[in-house]
Write a protein of this length. Structure first.
Length: 141
């Protein structure tokens, strides 16, 4: 059974170098576990969509929730799915500096990323728009 999970968290002690290391490890682990997804990181906030088998996605989310790199972890959306929407990435990363601020404003109260104020459907729609506008990068994949 496939599921999609979207969560938000605040970063603890994450700089550019550590984020790159996390992304590299995630791509390796996720590909082996059959997990695909996209990560957005902006102003110390993570928002991530994960898709894959229920057991694998749940285990990864539990590791993230217990990680010292994350705090204030909040589940935004979880659903069974018939097909993946983000199958092209073992872990894509959104570059919000390339994004028209109007896209964020379309789904939230202000033109800044604040996933704590997004509903699940808005979070999925935002990720889909990030993919459609080619804001997602996946170096080394």
């Amino acid at each position: 059974m496939l599921v999609r999970l979207i969560y938000a968290s605040r970063a603890s002690g994450i700089d550019g170098e550590k984020l790159s290391a996390i992304m590299k490890a995630s791509r390796t682990h996720n590909a082996a576990a059959g997990i695909t997804g996209v990560l957005v990181f902006s102003d110390g906030i993570f928002m991530q969509v994960l898709e894959g088998g229920r057991d694998e996605v749940s285990a990864l989310y539990n590791r993230i929730a217990q990680s010292r790199s994350h705090r204030d972890v909040v589940l935004l959306d979880y659903e069974e799915i018939s097909e993946r929407r983000f199958a092209g990435w073992s872990m894509g990363q959104a570059n919000l500096s390339r994004l028209n601020p109007g896209v964020l404003l379309k789904y939230s109260e202000r033109a800044v990323l604040d996933p704590y104020k997004l509903g699940g459907q808005a979070a999925v729609a935002l990720f889909e728009e990030l993919v459609q506008t080619a804001v997602i990068a996946c170096p080394g994949q």
